[in-house]
Design a protein around this ligand. Sequence first.
Ligand code: ADP
Ligand code: ZN
Ligand code: ZN
Length: 652
Amino acid sequence: MQVAKVALLNTSKEYDILFSYLIPDSLAGDVLKGTHVFVPFGRGNRKIAGIIFEIADSSEEGLGKLKEISDIVPDMPAFPEEMIELATWMQKRYLCTYSDAIKCILPAKTNIKTNRTVKLSISADEARELVEGNKLRSINQIKVLQMLLEQGELEASEIINNSSVNMGMITGLAKKGLVEFGTVEVMRDPFSEKIYEETVSLEPVGEQNEIINKIIERLDEHRFCEMLLHGVTGSGKTEVYMQTIGRCIGLGRNAILLVPEISLTPQMITSFKGRFGENVAVLHSRLSVGERYDQWRAIREGRVQIVLGARSAVFAPMDNIGIIIIDEEQESTYKSESKPRYHAEEIARYRCAHHGAVLLKGSATPSVVSYYNAVDGDAVLLTMNKRINQKAMPPVRIVNMIEEIKAGNRSSFSRELIDLLIKNKEAGKQSLIFLNRRGHSRTVMCRDCGYTVKCPDCGIAMTYHSAGDRLICHYCGFTVRSIDECPICKSVYIGKFGTGTQKIEEEIKELLPGFSFIRMDADTTSGKDAHEKILNKFKDEKIDIIIGTQMIAKGHDFADVTLVGILNADGMLNIDAYNAFEKGFQLITQAAGRAGRSETQGQVIVQAFDTENFCVQRACEHDYVGFYESEIEFRKAMRYPPFTHMGVVALA
Ligand code: ADP
Ligand code: ZN
Ligand code: ZN
């Protein structure tokens, strides 16, 4: 007899080990590694489901005490070997249960959708005789037989939609034994109604050519390789992705492309569906459970070679992966916020290593850790410095808000920005106002000199706690009483910042009467397709100003936006995290990148209190490498990642 080691589903942490069961002779041939089984568990021998992770020979002692597997779970395809290894690794790495890991990998199982079909249950000759003879008295029943004779098996709905026949008439024929019903599986395809214009590969230009070749070379080697593509916005990264994926599928291998949140990037879907058509499956959180399951089955059954999706698409049930691409690799949405708290990049690396595949990460503003690994570690750095068509990056001007206050302007808008907003409206163009309201309302900053209270040991902004009126460092616990006066310039205009998008709306009403505007932030985008609706409204109704948080900074192509205003740029650097500068730099760069995407040259105004800040300055110069070089020194001095590992321990 053999012994199966089973990972149980739906168990708590205390039972999260592999349990041994005997494989009874009756199931011997059907039970393999990866088989879903029912096993008796506990004193009451409750029947619970699990997956066999290992099979061992039964030479061990104490076999007599083992229980037997009760049954096989019907209709469940085997859990692949690769996924058994992955789930085992996840259980250790993310301190989750086998069950949590398995649920991440397998989608919720739902019913397969089927439609009714009708076919003849008599021979064609017999049917023809009936149609031509005098036996059938209903013209509609004759029509049905004719259709089936001409077209073979049909879906009942096809017959009903294309004739005056109704279901009762078909059932009548079935009762006479002339036709019979069957079923056909249908795919719930969320994209079936949409038509995508076919596109062909573009002739690679400039740096693109070299980069594509370098990636393809690695792809051909069939060995694990990690690459980082640092390409400025508009340098044509998408085309690089599409051409390397084209090569990958040409080699008969499969590809996964991860994007931060697919509902925000309909452009990417259009590009991929246009280039690769039916060969692309799309997985993301806004699909219905049924749609998701059908896409997943299309992947598992090998009907598609390319998967495009958000974080969880990294688990796509594909064999023989040639490349996994992570676009906008710095995004925090690649880390799961719920159990198991996995990082899609790590899963991608694990899978690429397993398949001897290329892991390609792309970004205009890579995470500091990724860039470090590419210049100082094992990853290969690929750089694209120029925009396609040599289009210039938009010029950025920094406005000192302290000067504004000195001149008596205490609004959130500098005089220069107000002037430009008016001129832009007169020119018939649109503007974008960006502010990040997360976090900074809880740090203390001087309105007159830009000074922020930071922890002397950790170098991060301290967080205000109204209880006890204290400032606390969220890293080391160092605390001081909050201050009413700036220690640098003695100003009393020192305070907690709380300028949100709503407040900005009020100010616009007051300062710019007659302007139309629309707001996009977490509060206005909760519904399904809310993002797209707001963006379409902004475009179609030629709204003067769109105001928003980081949501509008990312990915969107606003053709008519020629002016971008970034409010309180240094405020967004004062969040209580070691990577605050990195996140701030990325946001400023991304927001600035929204200006002048089309023919007209755009411009950007960055408002800050501390205009000397290296992070604000490098972002305004579009100088990622300059930023990186300063930031990596800070990380080294403070012993932050990549020089150490950091984790959060939450006490439940
Ligand atoms: P990124 O993703 O790096 O910001 P995109 O992929 O959006 O840049 O490319 C910017 C623009 O350049 C797009 O409109 C794209 O169609 C165009 N483009 C990319 N590669 C080429 C090429 N080889 N020839 C012509 N146009 C290109
Ligand atoms: Zn001050
Ligand atoms: Zn500290």
